[in-house]
Write a protein of this length. Structure first.
Length: 247
């Protein structure tokens, strides 16, 4: 496949290993700000799930080696569905990512790998976010994440300021009470659409998070703040992912 040749050439040319990069490029949240994020859901064709998973593994390596403006890139799997979640320092970094080697390789290989191809299977599923807040994370820990969640929800009219204050406060509670929540980010897509993305070392850390203070506070406030309340506005919108590639 062309994608394998592309990635192999890139890796050999740049000569970087995962471990070396992680140790030298650990990001300080005090000096560099992440402002943007993108989530793309993908569904493989029945016969190409393994190839798409391999693509995501290889893609994470190329992102690490060629995209300094993409500080975090997750390849995710939920049953037969796949996804990419990535973060950028700014809009320029996002634009460079979407004109980069991985995006071009995905476009070229989408007719073979992705159900409905490039336009209907990838482009239509791109969701762009502004980042509201994160926990105070350590990138080296994030690179050891094995499971992740994404929750997308809509707030009730007039509740934007209240939900954003809640999310800012929640990030501080995560810092103080959840050492096994390696990454927690609050995101905003538009005037009434928000999301939370978080990553954990294992299912125990994930379970601790969902039985923790932030989850309990969100449950208590959901009927007032979120369309559909706790059950229909939050629980039904939780994606449980296995992290299959990470950069």
């Amino acid at each position: 496949m062309k994608l394998r040749l592309l990635f192999t050439t890139c890796i050999l040319t740049l000569g970087l290993s995962t471990n070396n990069y992680a140790s030298k490029k650990t990001m300080s949240t005090d000096t560099i700000t992440i402002e943007k994020a993108t989530y793309i859901s993908l569904k493989s064709k029945p016969e190409t799930a393994l190839q798409l998973e391999e693509f995501l593994h290889n893609g994470s390596i190329v992102v690490r080696q060629t995209e300094p403006g993409t500080p975090l890139w997750f390849g995710l799997k939920e049953n037969e569905h796949f996804a990419i979640f990535d973060l950028f320092y700014n809009e320029t970094g996002r634009e460079k990512h979407f004109s980069g080697q991985v995006a071009n390789a995905l476009k070229e290989n989408a007719p073979e790998l992705v159900k409905d191809g490039w336009e209907n299977g990838v482009v239509k599923n791109i969701n762009n976010f502004d980042l509201i807040t994160t926990n105070h994370f350590n990138k080296e820990k994030i690179l050891n994440s094995k499971v992740a969640n994404l929750i997308v929800f809509k707030v009730k009219p007039g509740k934007n300021q209240e939900i954003e204050l809640f999310l800012h406060n929640a990030s501080q509670v995560i810092d103080a009470t959840e050492p096994q929540t390696y990454f927690w980010a609050a995101l905003k897509a538009d005037a009434d659409t928000y999301a939370i993305f978080d990553a954990f070392p294992d299912k125990n850390g994930q379970a601790t998070h969902f039985s923790g203070q932030v989850a309990a506070q969100l449950k208590n406030k959901a009927d007032n703040l979120i369309i559909g309340g706790w059950e229909k506005g939050v629980i039904t919108n939780i994606h449980n992912f296995q992290v299959i590639a990470l950069s």
